[in-house]
Design a protein around this ligand. Structure first.
Ligand SMILES: [Zn+2]
Length: 148
């Protein structure tokens, strides 16, 4: 059985077995870069932006209810203060989650671009112009662990 001719992100040979007549697996097929990008960005939009936004508006709704309850004497001020602090912490957590997801999305896009460039070593193809290959050991502005 044939093995994918692609190179993994860590520099090793891709071990995915490909069908007859194929030289690359889905992840390394240079002809499917655009397709992968579309899929990735669709998934990214669904998982990356929808949920945290819903969570934030839920927290805003609860905060404004809390304010009304306290002002109208329906809730103890001490309880409301604690609840407000917890909701505030929750908002910060959602904010961090949003940032992490955005960064992951950017890392994925970059890796796809790199992958596409690596497979077009001759400089053929749209999009390869203007992108310089940089050594993998170069300084990376993304947090360690996410750039794999
Ligand atoms: Zn592969």
């Amino acid at each position: 059985m044939a093995q994918c001719a692609g190179i993994k992100r860590d520099g090793g040979r891709c071990v995915v077995v490909v069908g007859p007549g194929q030289s690359h697996c889905y992840a390394h097929d240079p002809g499917r870069t655009e397709e992968r990008r579309r899929n990735a960005s669709r998934g990214g939009k669904r998982g990356g932006r929808g949920r945290p936004q819903a969570e934030l508006s839920d927290v805003k709704r609860r905060l404004s209810n809390l304010v009304d309850d306290v002002l109208e004497g329906r809730k103890d001020r001490g309880d409301a203060a604690v609840a407000g602090q917890l909701l505030n912490t929750y908002i910060r957590a959602v904010g961090v989650e949003l940032k992490v997801r955005e960064q992951q999305e950017i890392v994925e896009r970059l890796e796809e671009l790199e992958e596409g460039i690596r497979h077009r070593d001759g400089g053929l193809g749209v999009g390869s112009r203007g992108w310089k290959r940089r050594p993998r050991a170069g300084r990376c502005s993304f947090p360690r662990g996410t750039a794999r």
